[in-house]
Design a protein around this ligand. Structure first.
Ligand code: ATP
Ligand code: MG
Length: 261
């Protein structure tokens, strides 16, 4: 990788009609690094994730991943390259169990043509078995081992969030994007989530993390980028961000001590 960042966002912009949601944004994320993204409501954080994932077409700029431009690629092609995300709202497949939801997340990766799966060829059966074992391991990894057979609409909100993470991991990400993963979680669930995010990064996966909960974010991120009205107004370590006058004025207010405890 020549020391270059795995994800390189350059001059990225998005205009929705008369609204400039994101302006001339540069971001670098390295393998194994956790980059936090903060900013007030409407700052352009989710729009940025949408553009990186290929769900929103940028109005300007480029996204390069592992040196390759992603311009114009559809979401499934970008996911296949290893960029996966969880959303601000959980989106499981209702009617299916936890296990089957994770299996669905895996199917883009099994690499066996559907006809072989249907016909039940030996190769297909073997790959399917391997996929099942990986699904079980991911379910244990996120701590849903007790409810692998539970139909997903019976999960608590926090369990649903953990399932989203397992489903994204099933796609074998090299970059994971989390959009406000701690929102709505209990303190105990937040702690579990923090441990999961840490061990994802420890596996060498690059992590982009949008989060309003400063205590949660600042303990995890190595660097933080701050957006305000679509513009990056600051970037630095959590220690630098906490005391940046522009950031404190725009966003943190009296939260400058958050995460110190
Ligand atoms: N599809 C869309 N059409 C028009 N405007 C949009 C669209 N999506 C987002 N916007 C606007 O773009 C701006 C940035 O929205 P975005 O969702 O990226 O903000 P955010 O930083 O994720 O905010 P939040 O913290 O509330 O989730 C907002 O003003 C929003 O209303
Ligand atoms: Mg958002």
């Amino acid at each position: 990788m020549n020391g270059g960042a795995l994800l390189q966002v350059r001059g990225l912009g998005k205009r929705f009609g008369g609204l400039q949601a994101v302006t001339d944004l540069d971001l670098d994320v390295h393998a194994g690094e956790i980059l936090g993204v903060i900013g007030p409501n409407g700052a352009g954080k989710s729009t940025t994730f949408g553009m990186i994932a290929g769900a929103i077409a940028p109005s300007s700029g480029t996204v390069r991943f592992d040196g390759e431009p992603l311009d114009g690629l559809p979401t499934h092609a970008i996911a296949a390259r290893g960029i996966l995300r969880t959303f601000q709202h959980n989106k499981p497949f209702a009617g299916l169990s936890v296990r089957d939801n994770v299996m669905v997340g895996m199917h883009t990766r099994i690499g066996v043509p559907l006809w072989q799966v249907v016909a039940g060829t030996g190769a297909a059966r073997r790959r399917e078995r391997e996929a099942q074992q990986r699904a079980e391991a991911l379910i244990d990894f996120v701590g849903l081992g007790e409810c692998r057979d539970t139909e997903v609409t019976n999960l608590s909100f926090g369990q649903g969030r953990l399932l989203e993470i397992a489903r994204a991991l099933a796609g074998e990400p090299r970059l994971m994007m989390f959009d406000e993963p701690a929102a709505g979680l209990t303190p105990a669930e937040c702690e579990r989530l923090a441990a999961i995010v840490r061990s994802i990064a420890a596996r060498g996966i690059a992590v982009l993390l949008i989060e309003h909960d400063m205590r949660f974010l600042l303990q995890l991120a190595q660097r933080v980028a701050v957006l305000n009205f679509g513009v990056k107004i600051a970037e630095g370590t959590p220690a630098q961000i906490r005391v940046d006058p522009q950031v404190v004025a725009a966003y943190l207010g009296d939260m400058a001590g958050a995460g110190d405890a």
